[in-house]
Design a protein around this ligand. Structure first.
Ligand code: 3H9
Length: 822
């Protein structure tokens, strides 16, 4: 590493060095400018700038940098928004007057430049940005650098030579790790270790630094290297075109061959090992397999030329871009996540009337500005009420993000002690895994304040209530908080998963209600990334914006939803798990009937691709949760009188799950028995084992079914469970509980283990199945089971089919009419 030069702040770039800033080439408009995404236009401008500098007789070398002041991101790669199936950005390596230069053309121009080109890397250097760096003759960075080739994560492969140049520079072992993992967090230390970087300027500060010396130090370093590659004429008496070419040739990766592995492992064998850990092609692995194939082409038989490898890479890239539905799903998820996190002000400029255009007040009050700014910036005193599983995870999340003090309150002393211990153990574990250092852990530890009484929350800027899921309990807490919390503009939020947020907010005095909303975390809260931000009828737009910003700050993905039973995620889950159970009663029983494991296998990771099937999921969550919800809804049979609940009469229902919980105490993994048995000695007590008791129960409940003892095909199981789930998603959109189909997708991708390569339930319905097929399927099931309301097709679904548009397109075209008030 190079130490910062003394007096670097006075460094002046020699006039013979051309400085090309990528940001100068980005056309104005949009926040994409901040990450220097390379659109066709940006590539053309960069191409022209480099070509001019190469031709300019007074220029001896060129430095490529993200921003002229040396801060900010180098580049986040090609502009993903331009990737539609018709684009062909990697197809050609030659420029012609009929089309603009591609990223590949730009990389070739840089690599073959007759003058040394040094990439000065700061901030993010990803995908096509890293490919520009790989084409340069020298790469230097400061400590803010985070680099990587994340194309695999958006269903592509590096398409501008990344799969060919990287193995030539750092070897196949490292290249496989960088390309297949698709990480975006490789640091300058690993860059130096692997040989990706030539030099790093040490002792610099972050990208937000106001110190002017940083930019100069990286520039000074880059300039030094430019001279080093090609000494000036006086240093090199015999300089001729031939020597110049030879010196640059030594740094042109296309002219190198892939080095042997330092540990002596055969490159081909290394690829075989990597291949064995990839997901199958048809289960989300298309891009990973293509990445591997392209890397193999960089060295195959030791005879592959760079140009041959580039042809392979180009074909694979274009093939994925044009034909991979998985890739489209991954990219859909990328943008859906960003969309759901963006503020109401930015979304309201989207032409759809804004995501806050549904329901509730549109007050854009500015009261509470100070508090909101503090919370947005990751500062403020946070109270978490309830030291149970959820409260612990929530407290850990806020502490980790730098908020503090974080006051964890529980009236039960033993629970409080255990909860506090658990929070520290969660954070300690993360420190041990290298997520942060000990000094940061110490800061977090001192910021955790366990309290036995709500009165300690008086000075809080934010309170998240995570107490028992009972309206009475929550109402009592909220009315106490109303008196205790001193700031009138403090946010008071509830981590309820099902209860009416307006009913909870009604325990606050009217002027506080605009600061109240639901903040529904998913368990375990310190791990799961989804937060449903539930808007009550009085929640203000500004409150929603602050919650969204805070949620992103604590590393999670916020989705604003309306207030209804189960909000979005759990409401859609209801038909899915109900139908799973009814399938067992209809088709289970006997020796050959449909079993619990069959349903889970159809939906699980090896078939449909959910992280777990519905029964394993229920066992993990606790079967008592569904039982209590059914009780609340008036569906259970009274054990004393034998009278069935008032709301059960008209619906298709089975008591199978009720008996399992009530009579057999099979609550799930926590009681070592649920839909499955669990043995503490097998798979850490989490491996689902077939239960003969459950088999008997299914036998009993299926005894009257005409289809008893029949196996159902996996496709049919998927249709029976996933179609009503999707249908509920349509109803949720129709009612304005979610403002866009992509929000529904994000909830399922981040909260319920929906496979990313299927893009979420609404994307899947639109693109994998087709809405007419979904409608037909639902109509058929509804004819079979008229008392299952969830099979009754939504009006919105019918409308989309009538208009022959997908639901995504329906919203994009602004066809969604104003929705009911939430
Ligand atoms: C590629 O390079 C292919 C080549 O190999 C071959 C070509 C032939 N394009 O995430 P953020 C937008 S493929 C367009 O909120 P953060 C993003 O949508 C590319 N837009 O910030 C958002 O816009 P908005 C390989 C992009 O700080 C804004 O920038 N590269 C791109 O949390 C801020 O983003 C990747 O896959 C892009 N490439 O995270 C990198 N990148 O405000 C993908 C960002 O309007 N990007 N935007 O919603 C990322 O991983 C993260 O965005 C990044 C910043 C880490 C950069």
């Amino acid at each position: 590493m190079t130490a910062p030069a003394a007096g670097r702040s006075s460094f002046v770039l020699p006039s013979s060095v051309a400085l090309i800033a990528i940001s100068d080439c980005i056309p104005p408009g949009g926040s994409r400018n901040a990450v220097n995404a390379l659109s066709t236009d940006a590539i053309r401008r960069l191409y022209d700038s480099v070509r001019i500098a190469i031709r300019d007789a007074s220029t001896t070398s060129i430095i490529l940098i993200g921003r002229r002041d040396g801060r900010g991101d180098f580049s986040a790669g090609a502009d993903i928004r331009e990737f539609s199936a018709d684009d062909d950005p990697a197809a050609s390596t030659s420029t012609s007057s009929s089309r603009p230069p591609t990223l590949r053309d730009l990389c070739d121009l840089i690599e073959m430049s007759s003058k040394p080109i040094v990439s000065a890397l700061t901030g993010m250097c990803l995908g096509g940005g890293m490919e520009l760096a790989l084409s340069s003759h020298v790469r230097v960075s400061d400590s803010t650098l985070r680099y990587g080739l994340p194309e695999v994560r958006i269903g592509l492969i590096p398409g501008a030579g990344g799969t060919q140049r990287l193995p030539r520079l750092v070897g196949v072992r490292v290249a496989l790790e960088v390309v297949l993992r698709g990480g975006i967090d490789w640091s300058c230390e690993s860059g130096l270790r692997s040989g990706f970087l030539d030099d790093v300027v040490v002792g610099v500060v972050g990208p937000s630094s106001s110190s002017p010396s940083e930019s100069e130090s990286i520039l000074a370093c880059a300039s030094r290297w430019a001279e080093k590659v090609l000494p000036t004429t006086t240093d090199l008496p015999t300089t001729t075109t031939t020597t110049t070419t030879a010196l640059l040739d030594a740094r042109r990766l296309r002219l190198r061959s892939v080095p042997p592995d330092p540990d002596g492992m055969d490159n081909e064998a290394m690829c075989d090992v990597a291949m064995s850990s990839l997901p199958p092609r048809e289960m989300g692995g298309e891009s990973a397999h293509a990445c591997l194939e392209a890397i193999r082409a960089s060295f195959r038989d030791g005879t592959s030329s760079f140009d041959d490898g580039m042809i392979v890479e180009g074909k694979l890239f274009v093939g994925l871009l044009r034909h991979s539905l998985q890739g489209r799903a991954y990219r859909h998820a990328f943008f859906a996540e960003r969309r759901s996190s963006s503020s109401s002000s930015s979304s309201s400029s989207s032409g759809r009337g804004g995501r806050e255009g549904y329901g509730a007040t549109t007050t854009t009050t500015t009261t509470g500005g100070d508090n909101n700014d503090r919370l947005r910036a990751g500062r403020g005193t946070v109270g978490v009420v309830g030291a149970g599983t959820m409260g612990r995870g929530i407290a850990a999340s806020f502490l980790r993000a730098g908020y503090g003090p974080v006051k964890l309150v529980d009236v039960n002393p033993a629970g409080l002690e255990a909860g506090s211990r658990d929070v520290l153990s969660i954070l300690g574990g993360e420190r041990d895994r290298g997520k942060f250092d000990t000094s940061k852990l110490e800061r977090m530890t001192s910021n955790l304040v366990p309290c036995a009484d709500l009165s300690c929350l008086a000075d809080c800027d934010l309170v998240v209530e995570a107490a028992f899921e009972d309206l009475g309990v929550k109402g009592d807490i909220f009315s106490k908080l109303d008196v205790i919390v001193e700031r009138g503009d403090a946010l008071i939020l509830s981590n309820t998963s099902t209860l009416d947020v307006d009913a909870i907010a009604s325990s606050l005095s009217p002027e506080r209600r605009k600061y109240c909303a639901g903040m529904h975390f998913f368990s375990p809260a310190h791990v799961m990334r989804l937060v449903e931000v539930v808007r009550g009828k009085e929640t203000s737009v500004e409150t929603l914006d602050v919650i969204r910003a805070m949620t992103r700050r604590i590393g999670k993905v916020p989705v604003v939803v309306g207030n209804c039973d189960g909000f979005v995620g759990n409401r859609m889950l209801h038909p899915y798990v109900t139908e799973a159970c009814l399938l067992l009663v209809d088709y289970g029983g006997g020796l050959s009937g449909l079993g619990i494991g069959d349903v889970d296998a159809a939906m699980g990771p090896k078939c449909f691709g959910m992280a777990v099937g519905p029964f394993v999921m229920s066992d993990i969550a606790g079967n008592d949760i569904g039982f209590n919800i059914r009780r609340e809804k008036g569906l259970l049979r009274d054990p004393k009188t034998g009278i069935v609940g008032p709301n059960r009469k008209q619906i298709r229902y089975t008591e199978l799950a009720d008996e399992m919980v009530e009579k057999l105490g099979r609550l799930g993994q926590k009681t070592k028995k649920g839909w499955y048995d669990y043995d503490p000695k097998v798979g850490k007590g989490r491996k689902p084992l077939t239960s003969s008791e459950m088999q008997e129960l299914i036998d009993k409940y299926s005894s009257n079914s005409p289809q008893r003892g029949t196996k159902l095909g996996q496709d049919e199981i998927i249709r029976r469970l996933a179609f009503p789930l999707v249908n509920e998603g349509f109803k949720i959109l129709e009612e304005g509980i979610a403002s866009d189909p992509s929000d529904v997708d994000i909830i399922y991708l981040y909260g319920y283990g929906w496979p990313a390569w299927r893009g979420g339930p609404m994307f899947w319905a639109d693109n994998y199945i087709g809405l007419p097929q979904i409608l037909n399927g639902l109509e058929k099931f509804h004819r079979m089971h008229p008392n299952s309301e969830y099979f009754c097709p939504s009006e919105l679904l019918r409308k989309c089919v009538d208009l022959d548009v997908g639901v995504q397109e329906y919203y994009k075209k602004g066809l969604a009419t104003s929705t009911k008030s939430i």
